[in-house]
Write a protein that binds this ligand. Sequence first.
Ligand code: HSE
Length: 384
Amino acid sequence: MKIGVIGLGTVGFGVVDILTQQKERLEKLIQEEVVVKYGCALNEVTLPDGIIYTQDFHDVLNDDEVDVVVELIGGTTIAKTIILEALKKGKNVVTANKALIAHDGQEIFEMAMKYQSKIYYEAAVGGGIPVVVPAKEDLVANEIEKIEGILNGTTNFILTLMETDNLDFEEALTIADGLGYVEADASLDLDGKDAAHKICILAMNAFEIFFDFHKIQCTGIRGVTKKDIDYAKKLGYRIKLIAQAKKLENGYGIDVSPTLIGIKDMVANVNQAYNVVEITCNYLENVIFYGKGAGRYVTASAVVSDIMKTHQPTMWQHQYQYVEDIFPITYSKYYIRCDHPLDIDYEMYYSQDHDHIYITNPIELNDLKHQLQNESYNLLKVRG
Ligand code: HSE
């Protein structure tokens, strides 16, 4: 197996390191040489002996000896060209590019099928947690009904810090940024788009559908206040940024939103930068995948596992149906904070200082908003 790694940032170097350190063991496993032939990046870097450095990705794509192209440059432009060209040439591709798969998955998968090449992207969701392939292959007996999870480590870290260290959003964000957690485009994390990319990928595979990524409604954590975190805690909940996908009667419900989760629930206890994915399906019922969702070796672990998988036949093709019917999940319990009492149907009520807090019974969001017209309030989803 001859590999070209395109993109030598944090994860790229992690991949080269693991493949160098584990070479002997991996080769013994598949009874074949595992060689990194190229490392490709714009800025010259020092690579272990024997790896050819190039600035030009065409060197990798045009070398017939390379059978696995690892795309780790990110973005949706050059990365897309590289992946499509590699697949066209019959090369197998491994990528961690969540945005690209979420936006252009259909085109990429169709190219892979046309040229009988393989595409793996385990590292795009949940960093090192094996979830993309297991959700497809190891749950193949099941029909997946629902996927729910914390898919963004940065926002989970910020929410955790707001609670444990009694910080407001901006203070927690500054600390997360200082630790290098926040994406260069902070909006990807903070406004829920990164989590939306990931739930899009999981939903595509779980429900065997293609759909327009932009149909996923996402709300990030900028509107979550310290006050709401404290009130939620008093009522037995913790606020998490939850990405959700489930079958509805008229289509599929997929969204990302800050959500109150009962404190005894496992998902509520996934803190710091950890990720969790909970899958509900018909035979296995519930299964939870938990672990670190980001980091050099964490993510490189998933990339290397994909590289090794290209050695064997794939069990499934991405032969999915395009669907239009993607909606936010709006039938739910809701948390409402208001500065005066409300005339609504509720399950829990709490009042402190000038705040009146409600956990409603399950209700359609539009009906609730209708009841609350002309009111000023803060509203969050509640799981359960
Ligand atoms: N910004 C992402 C996160 C990195 O915080 O989860 C890993 O995809």
